[in-house]
Design a binder for this molecule. Structure first.
Ligand SMILES: NC(=O)c1ccc[n+]([C@@H]2O[C@H](COP(=O)([O-])OP(=O)(O)OC[C@H]3O[C@@H](n4cnc5c(N)ncnc54)[C@H](OP(=O)(O)O)[C@@H]3O)[C@@H](O)[C@H]2O)c1
Length: 294
């Protein structure tokens, strides 16, 4: 019997502008190959004014889903057919999933963080210091609270952004946590001036700012390392380089650490699960990224 021929590949991808330096393809395509899936992940430059046409194109081509990165995470929402719970709370989508022809917006950034955090500990009942109030901080705060974190101390340089996030966390997010039967979420905001002293009793410290991202690899976070103790878990969202100055110094203090590559891989794993219904090999994905960052 001649083998049935099929040249039609399933498509997913990433819409962004600029997008050329986005490394996601380098972790997703090796994962597809290892799963024996003839799928492609396309890195697609989409200008803001072309986003409606790009989403319509994705529908026409039967895309199984796509990631959205800067500047499309909020704008894409009006072109979708629905939102998952945390994407709706955050007001931002980084992963669109084609569910029986309907494009549903999800946010996997914070879920990826929680998944890499769970490899070390359970977030339930823990106190978190979150540095930053941008998209990454928003995603991490929402998912850590939904996973049972007891308190979040938000620390941000610009007061407007800090207060905006405080409003979300102490309003709609607290209500969502209550609805899950979780603990009453404590939220407070501190305006970041000078070296921040981590309050005693803090169990988790997360850098969710862009400080330390390549090429500014020696940039120092205004944080008193004397206030970090060995019993804290310290995480950094910066994926490149994976070993940031914060990760290195926290490790030297004896802390358990989570690097930004762990979060990036974990959110990619969740994206593939949404698109294919199968779990990829995270090791293959991490090695794909390590090769491009080497
Ligand atoms: N590993 C992953 O999977 C993953 C996923 C998403 C994002 N990320 C990374 O997370 C980082 C943040 O992304 P984002 O989308 O949240 O960016 P964003 O929305 O632009 O927010 C940036 C945040 O960093 C703060 N910041 C920047 N420079 C600072 C400085 N010198 N001192 C104090 N605060 C400073 C900003 O504070 P102000 O409000 O005061 O400006 C803001 O809170 C990026 O580097 C991105 O690569 C990683």
């Amino acid at each position: 019997m001649p083998k049935e021929l099929n040249f039609k590949q399933e498509l997913v991808g990433c819409f962004g502008f600029p997008v050329a330096e986005n490394p996601t393809q380098a972790m997703i395509e090796p994962a597809f190959r290892a799963m024996g899936l003839d799928w492609r992940y396309l890195t697609l430059e989409v200008r803001p004014e072309d986003l409606p046409a790009a989403v319509a194109g994705a529908r026409a081509f039967g895309f199984r889903g796509f990631n959205c990165t800067i500047p499309h995470k909020v704008e894409v929402i009006k072109h979708l057919d629905g939102l998952g719970e945390s994407a709706s709370l955050m007001g931002a989508v980084n992963c669109v999933v084609n569910r029986e022809g309907r494009f549903i917006g999800e946010n996997t950034d914070g879920k990826g963080f929680v998944s890499s955090f769970r490899e070390l500990a359970d977030p339930a009942g823990k106190s978190l210091v979150l540095l930053g109030a941008g998209g990454a901080a928003r995603a991490i705060g929402v998912e850590m609270a939904l996973a049972g974190c007891r308190s979040i101390t938000l620390v941000n340089r610009s007061e407007t952004r800090g207060r905006d996030l405080e409003e979300l966390f102490s309003g709609p997010l607290r209500d969502a946590v209550r609805a899950t039967g979780g603990p009453e979420l404590e939220v407070n905001y501190i305006c970041w001036k000078g070296d921040f002293e981590v309050p005693e009793g803090t169990e988790i410290v997360v850098n969710a700012t862009s400080i330390g991202l390549f090429p500014d690899v020696d940039a120092r976070i205004a944080l008193s390392m004397d206030s970090i103790s060995a019993d804290m878990i310290v995480a950094d969202v910066i994926p490149n380089p994976p070993e940031t100055r914060l990760v290195r110094e926290a490790r030297e203090k004896g802390c358990r650490v989570i690097d930004g590559l762990g979060m990036l891989v974990a959110q990619g794993v969740i994206g593939i699960e949404y698109w294919t219904g199968r779990t990829p090999d995270a090791g293959v994905m991490r090695r794909g990224l390590e090769e491009v960052f080497a």
